[in-house]
Design a protein around this ligand. Structure first.
Ligand SMILES: [Zn+2]
Length: 598
């Protein structure tokens, strides 16, 4: 391996120099605005004639669609990066507003386009899709046409969109405001300390149980104090969504989330059924963890408790080299991509104040470059995050030659490439552990992911489904929300816990995300889907990369059932594939149980 020292700071100047005050970026925004206006005018002037001429018109509109999409995404990516690298940058706020405004205008043009697609009859439609330039877009264009045909008229949908700014998204934003003002008060060295929600959440991995227990009591109290506002927020947000569904004649609450994720209800049902049937070993893991902590049973606040203190620090350089070394065993393309990202300053990892928490990957389509954001402080979980985000980057890289419209993959497959990359590194870390304590800590980390995805997310899904059903009948009271949540948690955790977190519906942001409904099951899908692919990769070795890339390329132009059938030769509506994925999780549990059986 070469000894290049990798920079921990990213390069954004290559896109637009001068940060948030960049004149180049201001010009980009102006240009994008004009292009969006032109796009809207172009769509508006098109009146489908139900002849082959529609194909020519559509081709030209689709071309403009692609250009505008790239412009808007480029702008969005730049603003996200600016916002993340310095939360004090006051100029970014205004830029964000600009981009949101431009995107909303673009959306109006797209709604218009989609409605026009529905006015083309089926016969002409299928002949149009045979045309050069449109053929490759058959799936995405038909999907748009189908979805539009199930919605209301253009005027009604435009009105809904306009009203949702204050009547729907407004509720989601109110959640952020309430959380921002929520303080968790704890006692530390005889003084009362007011922690932010984020700071308090970090205490749940404190080694001292008394600390965790105290923080949890304060945590429940803090959410309890705000629960009247939050229950109102959740009820109205859900009420708006349900009212729109009702107007469109949609009975099933899951209709929209399933369509967004391009999957069938049977697939979802089969996945959860397999998880419910097979999760008993995870309950055993929780019991063993309780034993190791000297407890009868775990409580909610013990789930993240550390088992050992074996935390070795890994420098950024070492972390990067470790990732490259293990990607190498899997394939050259992925290694080459990661190397480029490290060498060409695509990653912002520096540990400094003023950065946003968390990590993400974003893509600059006009330059075909990725950027990765995170804060690297040297923990094993930082190395996982880095691998995770590089996995997302590799996904976009694998798709680099595709038409922009064929690159919009949904959340459930989005987490496939990231989880895959993370698995390579997590497995290598467990194997490379030098002490038993270290090995155990790393293995536990892996099992905890399964607990999160197969138990915690399951509880969220059960709760949300039941809540929406009850909400159809009217307002659901705070007490009832608590009750529904506790029941869902008991079921999803197989009654393994002593104390649950009934106010989880209040503390979890994901129930309030208006952009994507049911922000839960796609995580579990992505996890198990990537485990299935990972299992094949292990079997086939280095030669698997080519197949893996062709799978990634298809992730945004077919349903997940078609994707799995074509590339993995499996039927997702049947239990077998899911059973294999869950089995990999169970293998880790069994290894953990063996290691701790003393
Ligand atoms: Zn991710």
């Amino acid at each position: 391996m070469t000894t290049t020292t990798y920079s921990e700071v990213w390069d954004l100047d290559v896109f637009f120099s001068g940060g948030s005050a960049s004149p180049e970026f201001a010009a980009h925004l102006e240009e994008t605005k004009t292009m969006v206006e032109n796009f809207k005018a172009k769509v508006s002037s098109w009146n489908p004639t139900n002849t082959s001429e529609d194909g020519q018109q559509l081709l030209s509109i689709v071309h403009a669609f692609e250009q505008v999409t790239k412009k808007v995404r480029q702008a969005g990516a730049f603003v996200s990066c600016l916002q993340a690298q310095n939360t004090e940058d006051r100029l970014v706020e205004g830029l964000r507003g600009n981009v949101t405004g431009i995107s909303a205008e673009f959306q109006i043009g797209l709604t218009d386009l989609d409605q026009k697609l529905t006015s083309i009859n089926a016969e002409v439609w299928s002949s149009i899709l045979e045309q050069e330039g449109l053929k490759e877009l058959a799936f995405v264009l038909s999907e748009r046409r189908q979805e539009a045909s199930e919605k209301l008229s253009k005027d009604e949908e435009t009105l809904i969109n306009a009203l949702s700014v204050d009547g729907y998204h407004g509720w989601g934003q109110l959640y952020d405001v309430i959380v921002g003002t929520t303080k968790v008060e704890i006692n530390e060295n005889d003084t009362t300390k007011a922690l932010s929600v984020g700071q308090a959440a970090n205490k749940f991995s404190h080694p001292d149980r008394n600390v965790r227990k105290e923080v949890f009591a304060a945590w429940e109290k803090a959410w309890g104090d705000k629960s009247a506002y939050l229950s109102k927020t959740l009820n109205h947000l859900a009420g708006f969504r349900l009212k729109v569904y009702k107007q469109r004649g949609w009975e099933e609450v899951l209709k929209e989330p399933l369509a967004i994720n391009r999957m069938k209800k049977e697939t979802l049902d089969t996945m959860w059924k397999v998880i419910s049937d097979k999760k008993a070993p995870l309950v055993k893991f929780l019991e063993r963890k309780a034993e190791l902590l000297g407890l009868e049973k775990l409580s909610w606040y013990d789930l993240d408790a550390p088992l050992g203190q074996a935390e070795t620090k890994i420098s950024y350089q070492e972390g990067a080299e470790f990732i490259l070394e293990h990607f190498e065993k899997f394939g050259d393309e992925m290694t080459g991509f990661a190397k480029k990202a490290f060498e060409e300053q695509w990653i912002e990892a520096e540990d400094r104040p003023g950065k946003k928490p968390g990590g993400f990957h974003t893509y600059f389509p006009e330059d075909s470059q990725s950027r990765i954001f995170m804060t690297y402080s040297g923990t094993p979980s930082n190395v996982s995050t880095l691998a995770h985000e590089l996995g997302h980057g590799f996904h976009t890289y694998a798709m680099r030659d595709l038409h922009t419209l064929n690159r919009n993959y949904a959340m459930n497959v989005a987490e496939t490439a990231s989880t895959f990359a993370e698995m390579i590194v997590a497995d290598a870390s467990v194997k490379n552990a030098t002490t038993e304590e270290e090995k155990l800590a790393l293995l536990e980390d892996k099992v905890q992911r399964s607990v999160a995805l197969l138990m915690n997310i399951h509880a969220r899904f059960l709760f949300e489904t039941r809540f929406y059903e009850e909400r159809k009948e009217g307002i659901v009271s705070t007490e009832r929300l608590n009750q529904l949540m506790e029941e869902a948690q008991k079921e999803a955790y197989g009654d393994a816990l002593e104390e649950y977190h009934p106010l989880f519906w209040a503390s979890k942001l994901h129930f309030y995300i208006t952009g994507v409904p049911f922000y839960n099951f796609p995580y579990t899908f992505g996890y198990l889907f990537s485990l299935g692919i990972y299992a094949q990769a292990i079997e086939e070795g280095k030669g698997y990369e080519e197949k893996y890339i062709s799978l990634l390329k298809d992730t945004a132009s077919m349903t997940v059932e078609e994707l799995a059938l074509k590339h993995l030769n499996v039927d997702l509506t049947q239990p077998e594939f899911w059973e294999k994925g869950v089995q990999l999780c169970i293998d880790d549990v069994e290894e953990f149980l063996q290691l701790t059986n003393k």
